[in-house]
Design a protein around this ligand. Sequence first.
Ligand code: SF4
Length: 347
Amino acid sequence: MLLRAPDYFDRFHCIADKCPRNCCVGWEVVVDNDTAAYFAGVPGPFGDRLRAGLTVDGEGERCFVRQNRRCPFLDGRNLCEIYQVLGEEHTSRTCRLHPRFTEDYGSVRETSLSASCPVAADLLLGSEERLTFPATGELEAGECWTDAWEPLLFACRERALAILQTRSLPIRTRFTWFLLFSNEVQSALDEEQTEGLQDLCEAYGDLPEELPALELTGPGLFPAALKTLERLEILEEDWLPLLRAAEAAPRRKLPDWMLERMAAYFVFRDFCKAVRDGDLLSRAEFAVLAPLCVEHLSAAGIAPQEALYRFCREIEHDPDNLAALQTAFCEDPALGLRAFFWQLAND
Ligand code: SF4
């Protein structure tokens, strides 16, 4: 099996009670079968508390009963009681793995660190270098992809990352080239023209400084994008005031390397998931919209790292919000490709 992860992956350590946004507050914590089976046999009052702390959510998943939005086993010092009493190995799988998320593509396993975690966001924005995704292990004889499209999408993702990391060009030019490329890949996917994808990757190998003439129709993505985020599901009560402050704040630009690293993170996490539903373009649009939103949020007076983990907690980590944005990219002209091009040309 081939394993791939971002280059900062091994430097992650949870800071537990020092965390400014604890992942045991707000979100539902799912409890897997093995952990629940272990809980069933824990004797004494703590065992009784464990069993009483479980419920089943609306989708039939077993989870902890939250109290004031908190996991019932998060103590007054924001430390996990299950970890302290039973040991880390008896916390639920969700607790042990978060913020690590794994995707399997045949015999390739990719693991990322969700930037909804403040430590992961710090690591992502803690270097100006190009973000890399080193691989370990190798594909053995007989190991293979699960879908014939997967190796093609991986090649397209390599090219997409190379476009985003072409530092001889300004980041907004790179974003535009990246969207143009993604749009062409999407057309090829729609028409099942897989044989043309390799040529397409090569055609975008040497980017000219000048963009092609594009049909630019205003008024661009902002503030429409922030207003769209206001209408989505909300996790934390201070999110809406932050969005409104970002709308009113004077423009603040973040360095190109920061926008580049954020976009590369989203492309690594999402691009190849198009193999499941054929929708690559909206994932590319999200990879551009997210850093631009972080730029606007940080204009409201918070550090870019905080803006990033706040955005990811509210949007990237919520499948319903992601699906709503995917639909908006397709159906709402205010978030359409032309609005992206206009914004990137006029920022
Ligand atoms: S959000 Fe990150 S640092 Fe904070 S408690 Fe969760 S895993 Fe630890």
